[in-house]
Design a protein around this ligand. Structure first.
Ligand code: ADP
Length: 402
C-alpha cells in the first residue's frame, strides 16, 4: 500500500509517502510559512538513497490547499516525482493532536469524526484547527482514497482515573472534560513496540518507561503494553522542561503574575508555551547550542541543562515507582536519540534503583536501536529512534485491513 502521511500545522505541512509493504519512504516533504509573504516547500523524492532528488520552491503559499497541491504536483512530476498519478496513493493517514476522550484507536474519517475533532479545538486550539485544514484539503484532493486519523492522545486513553484526574472540582471533569490526556502517544507506542520485538517479549508483558525528548518532551509509564501515566496533561504544556515550554509550575504562578505583574491570561499562556523552558532559562532552545554555551562557561546554560535533566529524572523515578517492575527505559526523539549528556544526567544516581549505563556505549551515535545499560544493570536502557510517520502509515494500513 502507498500511504500519504500528513501532519498539518498552523503554518506548515509535513508529509511523507510510504510504501507499507517495504516500509520505505518514497517522498518526504515540508511546506512552511503558509500564509506569510513568502512560503517554502522542500520535497525529497527517494530520500536517503543514492537516487535522492531534492526540489525546493520559494513562493507565496497563501493556504494549506495551495501547499498540498504544490506537494502533489511534485510527487507526481514526471522527472522529480515518484508516481505517475495521485490515484496511485491508496490511503491518507493524518496526525491529529487532540482526540479528547473520543478515540483510543486510529479511525476512518467521517462526518462524526470531524465533528469530534472540531469539538476538541478548545483543548488544542492551534493544533486541531490546523489538522482540520489538512483533512479538508486532503478530502478535496483525494475524494476516493480512505482517510484515517491517528491521534496523539489515543494511546493514553488506557490511563486510569487515579492518574488522569486533576484534584479540581469534579464538575470541571464532568462538564468540561478537564483532565490529563497526554500526547506523543504515537511515538511512545511505537518505541514500546520496537522494544518488545527487540527483547523478544509480547508487548502485553512489557513494562517500560519511554522518554520522548524533542522540542516538546514527555515521559510515559507503560505497563503490560498499555499507557498508565504520562507527563503531559490537558495540553502539551505540563510535565518536562521543553524547548520553549515551562512544563510543571505551581498553578499559583498564573494568579501571581496576573495580580502583581498585570499580565493577561493570553500573555501568561504565551509566556509559558513560547518563552519558557530552556529558552526562558538561558535564551536558547536547541540543546546543541546549550552544550556549546556550557563549554564556553555560560552558567545559565548549565542551569537550563540541570533543570531539564533533574525534571526528567524525577519523572523517570516516579514512573519506576508506578510500574514496580521495569524491563526497560527507552530514550527517543531529537534529544533522546542524540544527546548522551542529557541521557547520562537524567539517569545519574539511579544505580541503587537498578539503572546503570555504560558511559562509553552511551556516547556512541547510532541510527539503529542501541542498548546503553551495563550488563549488570537490572533495568535495560535503550535508545530507539522514533518514527511517527511510519507508525501512522502502519496504523492506517491496519485500520483499513480490518
Ligand atoms: P520535534 O519533532 O518535537 O520538533 P525533534 O524530535 O526533531 O523535535 O527534536 C528537536 C530537538 O532535538 C532540537 O531542538 C534539539 O534540541 C535536539 N537535537 C537534535 N539533534 C541533536 C543533537 N545532535 N544533539 C543534541 N540535541 C539535538
Amino acid at each position: 500500500m502507498k500511504v500519504l502521511v500528513i501532519n498539518s500545522g498552523s503554518s506548515s505541512i509535513k508529509y511523507q509517502l510510504l510504501d507499507t509493504d517495504t516500509e520505505s519512504v518514497m517522498v518526504n516533504g515540508l511546506v512552511e510559512r503558509i500564509g506569510e509573504d513568502m512560503g517554502d516547500l522542500k520535497n525529497k523524492a527517494h530520500p536517503d538513497t543514492d537516487g535522492e532528488v531534492v526540489t525546493k520552491l520559494e513562493q507565496p503559499i497563501p493556504d494549506h490547499s495551495t501547499g498540498m497541491r504544490l506537494a502533489i504536483d511534485l510527487i507526481t512530476d514526471p522527472e522529480k516525482g515518484v508516481i505517475a498519478d495521485k490515484s496511485e496513493i491508496d490511503a491518507i493517514g493524518h496526525r491529529v493532536v487532540h482526540g479528547g476522550e473520543g478515540f483510543s484507536q486510529p479511525t476512518i474519517i467521517d462526518d462524526e469524526v470531524i465533528a469530534i475533532i472540531e469539538a476538541c479545538v478548545p483543548l488544542a486550539p492551534l493544533h486541531n484547527a490546523a489538522s482540520l485544514d489538512g483533512i479538508r484539503v486532503s478530502m478535496e484532493l483525494f475524494p476516493d482514497a480512505p482517510q484515517v486519523v491517528v491521534f496523539d492522545t489515543a494511546f493514553h486513553q488506557t490511563i486510569p482515573a487515579h492518574a488522569f484526574m486533576y484534584a479540581l472540582p469534579y464538575e470541571l471533569y464532568e462538564n468540561d472534560r478537564i483532565r490529563r490526556y497526554g500526547f506523543h502517544g504515537t511515538s511512545h507506542k511505537f518505541v514500546a513496540g520496537e522494544m518488545a520485538s527487540i527483547l523478544g517479549k509480547p508487548l502485553e508483558e512489557l513494562n517500560v518507561v519511554t522518554v520522548h525528548l524533542g522540542n516538546g518532551g514527555s515521559i510515559t509509564a507503560i505497563k503490560n503494553g498499555k499507557s498508565v501515566d504520562t507527563s503531559m496533561g490537558l495540553t502539551p504544556l505540563e510535565g518536562l522542561v521543553m524547548g520553549t515550554r515551562s512544563g510543571d509550575v505551581d498553578p499559583a504562578v498564573h494568579a501571581f503574575l496576573a495580580r502583581n505583574k498585570n499580565m493577561s491570561i493570553e500573555e501568561i499562556d504565551t509566556m509559558l508555551n513560547k518563552q519558557s523552558g530552556l529558552k526562558g532559562l538561558c535564551g536558547m532552545n536547541d540543546m546543541r547550542d546549550i552544550h556549546d554555551a556550557i563549554e564556553k562557561g555560560d552558567e545559565r546554560a548549565k542551569i537550563a541543562l540541570d533543570v531539564q535533566t533533574y525534571r526528567n529524572k524525577k519523572y523517570i523515578g516516579a514512573y519506576m515507582a508506578v510500574l514496580g517492575c521495569v524491563d526497560a527505559i527507552v530514550f527517543t526523539a531529537g534529544i533522546g536519540e542524540n544527546d548522551d549528556i542529557v541521557r547520562r544526567e537524567s539517569l545519574s544516581g539511579l544505580e541503587c534503583l537498578g539503572v546503570k549505563i555504560d558511559e562509553k556505549i552511551n556516547a556512541q551515535r547510532a541510527k539503529e536501536p542501541l542498548k546503553i545499560s551495563t550488563i549488570d544493570s537490572a533495568v535495560a536502557v535503550w535508545v530507539i529512534p522514533t518514527n511517527e510517520e511510519l507508525a501512522i502509515a502502519r496504523e492506517t494500513r491496519e485500520v483499513l485491513s480490518k
